[in-house]
Design a protein around this ligand. Structure first.
Ligand SMILES: *[C@@H]1O[C@H](CO)[C@@H](O)[C@H](O)[C@H]1NC(C)=O
Ligand SMILES: *[C@@H]1O[C@H](CO)[C@@H](O)[C@H](O)[C@H]1NC(C)=O
Ligand SMILES: *[C@@H]1O[C@H](CO)[C@@H](O)[C@H](O)[C@H]1NC(C)=O
Ligand SMILES: *[C@@H]1O[C@H](CO)[C@@H](O)[C@H](O)[C@H]1NC(C)=O
Ligand SMILES: *[C@@H]1O[C@H](CO)[C@@H](O)[C@H](O)[C@H]1NC(C)=O
Ligand SMILES: *[C@@H]1O[C@H](CO)[C@@H](O)[C@H](O)[C@H]1NC(C)=O
Ligand SMILES: *[C@@H]1O[C@H](CO)[C@@H](O)[C@H](O)[C@H]1NC(C)=O
Length: 218
């Protein structure tokens, strides 16, 4: 019993120290995931942790939620998808969309603090398709053009594979359209593939089917 009471007072003391640190030292907002994938739940926590009696969260200039004590009011733009932990001030955003990318600002007057963090929400890459204009080529006399397309995804990059090796640009191997088009000028018998394109962003990656070329020699 005695031991337990000591334990509790240590926790209270720690909370007081943390509260003091929060009001004096700079508080930062830490996202649980960043960049996040569309549909995920992101929690923005204060670090070091603080005990806030009231405050507000805004996305840029528009308010998301206000709270005083254990009462919180979520603004219509975020009804059903924003929740504040009234003890720690942490904001939880559920089912995030690309439009939720931006700067989140927390403000409190008791204790006095203001902090912000920026988060990015990305659409995962899906349906990577490879198309070629022809697959029957003549050695030293044909050029192969391979185009890679994606149905959805944000901020993605392309990577081309030739068998298990990554394709690198040379004077006869050109990567254009931000890497979406691969042109092989004057193909040789060694350019039969299989070729495929891989598309990736910080939250996902996806690969196309592969294509082989039939290269006829003179
Ligand atoms: C996948 O991409 C191809 C070519 O861009 C398109 O024709 C097809 O409808 C897409 N499929 C899906 C399921 O999005
Ligand atoms: C290259 O192809 C063109 C037409 O596609 C043809 O007229 C020409 O003879 C070919 N050259 C060689 C060296 O095969
Ligand atoms: C494929 O693209 C290459 C390079 O642009 C071109 O020389 C060739 O004629 C094209 N073939 C077809 C069937 O369009
Ligand atoms: C492709 O072949 C043509 C004719 O053989 C030649 O003129 C041209 O320089 C070659 N291009 C490259 C990039 O090797
Ligand atoms: C594909 O790989 C083969 C060797 O496996 C190489 O000889 C050829 O030049 C490569 N072609 C391209 C376009 O990278
Ligand atoms: C591709 O995505 C998978 C999960 O879907 C992940 O395990 C892998 O590390 C990713 N690869 C790259 C190169 O990003
Ligand atoms: C392409 O060639 C490889 C062997 O080099 C073979 O395993 C693969 O099935 C071929 N793919 C297609 C689509 O024909």
């Amino acid at each position: 019993m005695e031991k337990k009471r000591k334990g509790i007072s240590a926790v209270v003391l720690l909370a007081l120290i943390q509260g003091f640190l929060a009001s004096s030292a700079a508080v930062e907002v830490q996202p649980s995931i960043n960049p996040a994938k569309v549909g995920q739940t992101v929690t923005l926590s204060l670090s070091p942790s603080a005990t806030l009696k009231s405050g507000s969260w805004a996305a840029g200039d528009s308010l998301i939620v206000n709270w005083i004590g254990d009462q919180q009011a979520v603004f219509p733009s975020h009804t059903g998808r924003a929740l504040v932990n009234v003890l720690t001030g942490a904001l939880t955003l559920s089912s995030v969309t690309v439009a939720d990318s931006g700067v989140y600002v927390v403000q409190s007057s008791d204790p006095q603090l203001s902090a912000s963090a920026s988060i990015t929400v990305l659409e995962p890459v899906s349906n990577v398709t490879l198309s070629v204009n022809e697959t029957e080529l003549m050695e030293f006399n044909s050029s192969a053009v391979l185009r890679c397309s994606v149905s959805s995804g944000s901020s993605f990059s392309f990577l081309w594979m030739n068998g298990s090796s990554e394709v690198t640009a040379t004077d006869r191997v050109q990567l254009t359209d931000g890497g979406a088009t691969l042109t092989i000028v004057n193909v040789t018998r060694y350019d039969q593939g299989p070729f495929r394109c891989c598309v990736f962003n910080p939250v996902s990656n996806s690969s196309s089917d592969s294509v082989n070329f039939t290269i006829s020699c003179e």
